[in-house]
Design a protein around this ligand. Structure first.
Ligand code: ATP
Length: 198
C-alpha cells in the first residue's frame, strides 16, 4: 500500500514520517526529489535557466536560490511558470520511486512525503492521503519557535498554504498532532494495526 503524507508547515509531518519509518515504512521524500531536479546537469535546471535567465545560476552552475526566490516570491505568474517547469518532472520521479519500492517490497507501506500535496493537486496519485493536523494557533507557535520567526512572519508563511482545516477535511486519515508526542505515537500505533502491518 502507499500513502501520501502531508500537513501544514510545522504541523509535524517530519515527526510522523519518522514514526512511520521506525515502524518499517519506506519513504519517498518529495523535497529531496525537488532538490535533485535543480542540480547542475539536470534538464529541469537547464529549463529553469532558459526561462529565468542565466543570472539565476551561480558561477559554478548551481542554482542561486535566493535570486530565483526573489523573482518568484512577489510574482504569481513567474511562480506559476516555475511550477510548470518543475512539477511534471518531480511528479514523474515520485511515481517512479514509489512504484519501484512497491514492486520490490509488496508487503511494506510506502509513504510519500509531500508538503504541498493538495496545493499541487496530487491526491489522486495515492491510495490514501494522511494529513498531520494541528490547529492554527499551535501551528503558529511551533513555527515561530522552530524557525525563530515573529508572529507576522510565521502568519505569512502559514497564509501562503492551503488552510490546515481544509486539508483535514480532504484527508483519508488524520493524525492529530496537537497534543504531546505520546498521543501522536498512539495514533500511529493504531493506524499501523488497522492497516494490517502489525
Ligand atoms: P515542515 O513541513 O515545515 O518541515 P513539519 O510538518 O515536518 O514541518 P515538524 O518539523 O515535524 O513539522 O514539527 C514542527 C515543530 O514542532 C518542530 O520543532 C517539532 O519539534 C515540534 N513538534 C512536532 N510535534 C510536536 C508535538 N506533538 N508537541 C510539541 N512539539 C512538536
Amino acid at each position: 500500500m502507499n500513502i501520501g503524507l502531508t500537513g501544514g508547515i510545522a504541523t509535524g509531518k517530519s515527526t510522523v514520517s519518522a514514526l512511520l519509518i521506525n515502524k518499517g515504512a519506506l519513504l519517498v521524500d518529495a523535497d529531496v526529489i525537488a532538490r535533485e531536479v535543480m542540480l547542475p546537469g539536470h534538464p529541469v535546471l537547464t529549463a529553469v535557466a532558459d526561462h529565468f535567465g542565466q543570472a539565476v545560476l551561480l558561477a559554478d552552475g548551481t542554482l542561486d536560490r535566493k535570486k530565483l526566490g526573489d523573482i518568484v516570491f512577489h510574482n504569481p505568474s513567474q511562480r506559476q511558470a516555475l511550477n510548470d517547469i518543475t512539477h511534471p518532472a518531480i511528479r514523474i520521479e515520485i511515481r517512479k520511486q514509489m512504484e519501484s519500492l512497491e514492486r520490490e517490497h509488496p508487503n511494506r507501506l510506502v509513504v510519500v512525503d509531500i508538503p504541498l500535496l493538495f496545493e499541487s493537486g496530487l491526491e489522486h496519485m495515492f491510495e490514501r492521503v494522511m494529513v498531520v493536523y494541528a490547529p492554527r494557533v499551535i501551528q503558529l507557535e511551533r513555527l515561530m519557535q522552530r524557525n525563530q520567526l515573529n508572529r507576522d512572519e510565521a502568519s505569512a508563511r502559514i497564509g501562503s498554504q492551503m488552510d490546515i482545516e481544509d486539508k483535514k477535511m480532504k484527508a483519508d486519515i488524520v493524525i492529530d498532532n496537537s497534543g504531546d508526542a505520546e498521543l501522536t505515537e498512539r495514533q500511529i500505533d493504531d493506524f499501523w494495526i488497522q492497516s494490517g502491518y502489525a
